[in-house]
Design a protein around this ligand. Structure first.
Ligand SMILES: [Zn+2]
Length: 151
């Protein structure tokens, strides 16, 4: 029987924006394993462009270099933009109203959408400093970060 390592790839059960399943690949597997087992958020640096990507990716979107290393980023970050979802759809992971924010973690050059909670809508602003709230029962998907909240 083949031995399993933490670097083995696996499928990700994704429920952040719409439910779906996809193959995480080697880089995604490192990301989700670190998130699940260590509550660490990883990014991938491109040494050619001096950019750090979050979520990690295997190829630089600017120069197409292969990215192999990871660096720990965040966990704090900054809201780059946000939206209030005011209607409920079957594909939504939550019942409206709820907030999505694109958050750029400290040390990263790209942002990622995630839930923003524990905040009043009229207090949300671009540039707001936020931190993750990790799920107690982590499963190896992006909801191992349950949501972000203001610092
Ligand atoms: Zn690059």
């Amino acid at each position: 029987m083949e031995e399993k390592h933490t670097t083995d790839t696996f499928e990700v059960d994704q429920r952040l924006t719409a439910h779906g399943t996809y193959w995480a690949g080697k880089m995604g597997t490192r990301f989700y394993t670190a998130l699940r087992d260590q509550q660490k958020i990883l990014g991938t640096p491109c040494t050619t462009c001096n950019k750090v990507f979050w979520p990690p990716r295997s190829i630089c979107t600017f120069c197409f270099s292969e990215l192999k290393d990871v660096v720990e980023i965040g966990p704090r970050g900054t809201v780059e933009t946000f939206t209030l979802v005011t209607y409920t759809e079957p594909i939504h992971p939550r019942t409206a109203p709820f907030l999505y924010a694109v958050i750029k973690l400290d040390g990263a050059d790209t942002g990622m959408a995630h839930f923003l909670d524990e905040v009043e809508i009229d207090k949300v602003h671009i540039g707001m400093r936020v931190q993750p709230v990790f799920a107690k029962d982590r499963k190896g998907n992006i909801l191992d970060i349950q949501y972000f909240k203001p610092i």
